[in-house]
Design a protein around this ligand. Structure first.
Ligand code: FES
Ligand SMILES: [Fe+2]
Length: 413
């Protein structure tokens, strides 16, 4: 059960074995095709933890959907809705962008002429309303609710679909491999912290860099190498990959014989916040670690197009690369743990999250180099190893989805 898998190219022949084109990460035209697809897809814009109480809100930028910011609101009726953050009078930002998160249980009052919108999006109050009625437009407040996106919540993740008639349900998008089998897992953690960073690379390259572990021995040699490389797995191969139609998960190896450094030993004396000690028996949902590996570190679970959930027994990290341009991405990372019950556990979690942060920074730095060099056009194709099957699926699934969208458009005339 702990043996790495070396047969991916045999297990997934449809992905092919040829080098893959760099077109999908450097081409403006490809990016524009993706924009169209994002506008028809369910995409994650955040977590319910960011607006825990009725009346709470947060702003989000998602340029692929719309240039203006999105206003995510936990309504007074308990329902989450996502609006354009645009006042229906003359287009002011309803919530000023310098207040990206907060609480407005009495509704949102525009600073320009003081129109008020309820937490459920209706236009609730117009000062001096009669003047609009007198203008001869048969003014009715009911016609001026905030523009709204289709919104659904799964396991605490808030998804929106810009298409007024979504082609697929959210459940179909998440798929039967994850929708029920991950029940309870993602909502079982407590929010810990967020990192946001703009990286000059294509958004898919971020998913790529967290889709294989063969770089760990080299790139992360001072931080985490010894925890994911061991006598059973000297080159840090994946334990398994589970590639579904568009989505995927993959299971990574933990070195259970890892000898902690003195600092680690102190931190981990008080709790579990990493993967080198296991007490997983019976605690995981059926969708996680589906290969039942004993020396298991975490699964990467990807919901197409751009949500990656690094899912372990003791923490999870939600990675959302938000595309801005073909070579620019806002990388949002939310880190979750279970609430510590004493100071020792708190210290242990802090130590672990610093280790994750340091590793992510090393990845981010490399990505900017790769993007700049690929944009130079000297290299046109990338040879992928058997261990990079998840990357192959990342690009293959986008190619397939774009093709399907365009075939559908043709069929509809
Ligand atoms: S633009 Fe908002 S009230 Fe006038
Ligand atoms: Fe890495």
């Amino acid at each position: 059960m702990n043996k790495p898998n070396n047969n991916f190219s045999v297990e997934y022949p449809e992905l092919g074995t040829d080098p893959i084109s760099v077109e999908s990460v450097i081409s403006e035209a490809y990016f524009e095709r993706e924009r169209k697809l994002f506008q028809q897809s369910w995409v994650c814009v955040g977590r319910v933890d960011e607006a825990p109480n009725p009346g709470d809100y947060f702003l989000k930028r998602f340029e692929m959907l719309v240039e203006a910011s999105l206003l995510v609101v936990h309504g007074e009726d308990g329902v989450f809705r996502v609006f354009n953050n645009i006042c229906r009078h003359r287009g002011n930002s309803l919530v000023p962008t310098q207040f990206p998160q907060g609480s407005r249980p009495k509704g949102f009052r525009c600073k320009f002429h003081a129109w008020v919108f309820s937490t459920t999006g209706e236009l609730a109050f117009v000062p001096d309303e009669e003047q609009w009625c007198l203008s001869g437009n048969s003014f009715d407040k009911a016609d001026y609710a905030l523009p709204q996106f289709n919104t659904e919540v799964w396991e605490g993740f808030i998804f929106v679909n810009k298409d007024p008639n979504p082609r697929k349900s959210l459940r179909e998008t998440i798929g039967e491999e994850f929708y029920e089998p991950m029940r309870g897992y993602y909502s079982g953690f407590d929010y810990s912290l967020t990192w946001h960073v703009d990286i000059n690379c294509n958004w898919k390259m971020i998913l790529d860099s967290f889709g294989e572990t063969i770089h760990v021995k080299s790139l992360h040699k001072f931080h985490i190498t010894d925890t994911v490389v061991g006598p059973d797995n000297p080159d840090s191969h994946l334990l398994s990959a589970h590639l579904h139609r568009r989505n995927r998960s993959f299971s990574t190896f933990a070195n259970l014989t890892h000898q902690p450094t003195p600092a680690e030993a102190i931190a981990y004396k008080y709790g579990y916040a990493t993967w080198t000690e296991q007490d997983t028996a019976g605690q995981l949902p059926p969708g996680l670690n589906p290969g039942n590996h004993e020396a298991w570190a975490f699964d990467g679970v990807v919901i197409f197009p751009n949500l990656l959930m690094v899912s372990s027994n003791y923490w999870m990290a939600v990675f959302r690369p938000i595309p801005i341009a073909v070579n620019k991405t806002r990388f949002e990372i939310d880190y979750y743990v279970t609430k510590p019950t004493n100071a020792g556990e708190r210290m242990c979690q802090e130590y672990a999250r610093c280790a994750v942060r340091d590793a992510v920074r090393e990845d981010a730095e490399i990505l900017e180099n790769c993007q700049e060099n690929l944009m130079a056009g000297v290299i046109t194709h990338l040879p992928l190893s058997n261990q990079e099957v998840v990357l192959r699926h990342n690009h293959w699934s986008m190619d397939q989805a774009l093709q399907e969208m365009e075939d559908q458009e043709k069929a509809n005339g």
